[in-house]
Design a protein around this ligand. Structure first.
Ligand SMILES: [Zn+2]
Length: 100
């Protein structure tokens, strides 16, 4: 079972407390009406599915109910870190210190 740290509650809890909420750091387009149908489709549905470090959104549904971001290694399925929504993603140097 995965253990996930909620940065708001400051507790590490079983995965069952949380819900995956998709890829993190996806910016909504400034003017969706100016986009082509293909660009809009890509914004809505096309996501990274890379092997290794992945930036994700999670929600602490059975706790504080807040959304936060996480960095997870998709190979080892280990969480490198979690951080509050709205804060910048960790730099490559910071991730290096975390072991990736
Ligand atoms: Zn929480």
């Amino acid at each position: 079972m995965l253990l996930i740290h909620c940065p708001y509650c400051d507790e590490t809890l079983p995965e069952l407390e949380f819900a995956y909420a998709g890829e993190a750091h996806i910016d909504r387009p400034e003017d969706p009406s100016a986009m082509t149908d293909e660009e809009w489709r890509d914004f809505l549905f096309i996501r990274n599915n890379k092997r290794g470090t992945h930036f994700e959104r999670w929600r602490h549904i059975n706790g504080c109910a807040r959304f936060f971001n996480a960095v997870r290694d998709t190979v080892s399925d280990k969480f490198l870190t979690t951080y509050k929504a709205g804060t910048p993603r960790p730099s490559d140097a910071e991730l290096e210190e975390l072991g990736k």
